[in-house]
Design a protein around this ligand. Structure first.
Ligand SMILES: [Zn+2]
Length: 326
């Protein structure tokens, strides 16, 4: 009984463009209660933060835990943001501008720690997933876009503006005429994301090439990365060639990261892992060819272990790390 009363907890809030997922966890990171609600991202700051607070009260109530037993709150949010001041600057998919999250969540009377969502996922894999056994790692998420987090000596590398790890916007091809969402051309993200895979599948069908891809959809616009992967699994040679081209860019991007940071592990997350076996051999071949030998030898490339609540687990880890409890 005494132990239960003395037990302490943290709250992790994963603020996304479509949903908020909040978790109450003990100090080992075990999740005790979860609550998910729509973000209502276009309804503005007051609504978004009312929704966040509702999820926090919900998990406390569900677990029958008093706020007095909670040591801190970790909040994962899309960037840009400033982890030092707790300011969410102006994320493209949320109607928030220069929001001070410490002030917004002050009624809970505990420390609040802000972290960007790529870094929360990185922390989750580091402390609870595929990176548990290493102190130097990079997590890279490859879905519609490409994001990453870098951990050196067990700490996230933030940089002066909390923006370190924007690897999706490093230039892989200066001659490319493909424009990225950031305005630049030839970014890693525009060449090697799931979006790029879908675009190349559409182009292959439009140019009349011999491929199964067109047979898997009713409409050309429906072709996405998953369609190309499905065609490759059915033995479509052109689909596998497209995947190899993407995998080559991924390998170049990972080799650059390996040469820059000398990680012990690179953990691959995001939509690509559903068909990682189609990419893996070519990615590793390119890494071997492009990274310095002694650095490539030191790095294991592996897939993420955590599922859809990686963001909430990462927000929990953000609180625990900042409270010096991990
Ligand atoms: Zn870009």
């Amino acid at each position: 009984m005494g132990d239960e009363m003395d037990k302490s907890y943290v709250v992790g809030v994963d603020l996304g463009g479509t949903k908020i997922l909040t978790a109450l966890a003990d100090l080992e990171g075990n999740i005790i209660a979860k609550c998910k609600v729509p973000t209502e991202a276009k309804q503005g700051k007051d609504r978004i933060f009312a929704n966040i607070k509702k999820t926090i009260y919900n998990v406390l109530e569900e677990a029958k835990i008093d706020m007095k037993a909670v040591k801190g709150i970790g909040l994962g949010s899309p960037g840009p943001l400033d982890v030092k001041t707790g300011l969410i600057v102006n994320p493209p998919n949320l109607d928030l501008e220069n929001v001070d999250v410490l002030a917004e969540l002050s009624e809970f009377k505990v420390p609040v720690f802000l972290e960007n969502d790529a870094n929360t996922a990185t922390l989750a894999e580091k402390w609870f997933g595929a990176g548990k056994d290493v102190s130097d790692l990079i997590y890279i998420t490859i879905s519609t876009g490409i994001g990453a987090g870098v951990i050196i000596d067990n700490k996230i590398v933030h940089g002066v503006s909390s923006g370190a790890g924007e690897v999706g916007h490093t230039t892989l091809d200066p001659h490319s005429d493909l424009q990225c969402g950031c305005g630049n051309y030839g970014c890693f993200e525009v060449l090697a994301s799931g979006t790029a895979l879908g675009r190349m599948g559409q182009e292959a069908v439009k140019s009349g090439k011999d491929t199964l891809i067109a047979q898997l959809v009713d409409d050309l616009a429906e072709i996405n990365g998953a369609t190309v992967a499905e065609a490759a699994y059915k033995g479509d040679q052109l689909a596998q060639e497209i995947i190899d081209e993407i995998a080559n860019y991924l390998g170049i991007g990972l080799a650059n990261l390996i040469n820059n940071f000398n990680p012990e592990k690179i953990i691959i997350g995001g939509g690509v892992i559903a068909s990682w076996d189609l990419f893996e051999a070519k990615v590793k071949e390119t890494v071997q060819a492009r990274a310095l030998d002694f650095l490539a030898e030191a790095t294991t490339i592996t897939t993420a272990q955590l599922g859809s609540d990686v963001g909430a687990k990462g927000a929990v880890a953000t609180a625990l790390v900042n409270l010096d409890l991990l």
